[in-house]
Design a protein around this ligand. Structure first.
Ligand code: GDP
Length: 194
């Protein structure tokens, strides 16, 4: 999948033109979102493996060609951030979801060892209201045995129901990377308006 960095935006006025189709990736901070983006797009270092919660939060757009984009939303769920940062996150992500008609699906990264947290559930509820397709990547699968990972995946599938795909994923050992890429291409391809 050929990808190039398009732009970063700290607010809706910086978002690129709302045409074509895009899929957004979001998750709790440290859930492995940046590593997942880099693995799926096959480009180490394209999405910055994130660190400090205090920094300016940005929405990063990657151009996949033919009017298709992957969008890296800022992570949420830092344990100790000032309310100001939390409010900034909400405003930015609200602005994103409210304005992007080209958005067709959401990939949510969830650390397989931690499972869904309240903040993930809020986000999934939000995606449901917007009628977005949702795919969950259970990240860092290399940290669990194969059996334990498979059990986590089945539990989550049972909880979320048929509409939500759940994929065991590891940027480290490559588990699920091809499946995630194929799923992304299917979403973007089926709705491409090139
Ligand atoms: P983000 O904050 O959600 O973007 O997460 P990052 O991609 O920055 O990863 C957070 C931490 O988890 C980093 O220390 C990564 O090296 C580590 N990590 C990410 N993906 C994997 C994985 O597949 N396996 C393992 N073992 N560690 C991972």
């Amino acid at each position: 999948m050929h990808a190039r960095f398009l732009k970063s935006a700290a607010g809706a006025d910086g978002f690129p033109e709302d045409s074509g189709v895009e899929v957004a990736v979001v998750g709790r901070s440290n859930s492995g979102k940046s590593s997942a983006i880099n693995a799926i797009l096959g480009r180490a270092g394209l999405a910055r493996v994130s660190k400090t919660p205090g920094r300016t939060q940005l929405v990063n757009f990657f151009d996949l060609g033919a009017g298709r984009r992957l969008v890296d939303l800022p992570g949420y769920g830092f344990a100790r951030v000032p309310d100001r940062i939390r409010a900034e996150w909400r405003d930015l992500v609200d602005a994103y979801f409210a304005s992007r008609r080209s958005l067709i699906g959401l990939i949510v990264t969830v650390d397989v060892r931690r499972g869904l947290k309240d903040s993930d559930r809020v986000l999934l509820g939000f995606a449901g209201e917007l009628g977005l397709a949702v795919s969950i990547l259970l990240t860092k699968a290399d940290k669990l045995s194969r059996g334990a990972g498979a059990a986590r995946r089945l539990e989550l599938e049972a909880e979320l129901g048929e509409g939500t795909g759940v994929t065991l994923f590891s940027a480290q050992d490559g588990t699920g990377v091809e499946a995630a890429r194929t799923g992304l291409e299917a979403w973007l391809g089926s709705r491409a308006k090139a």
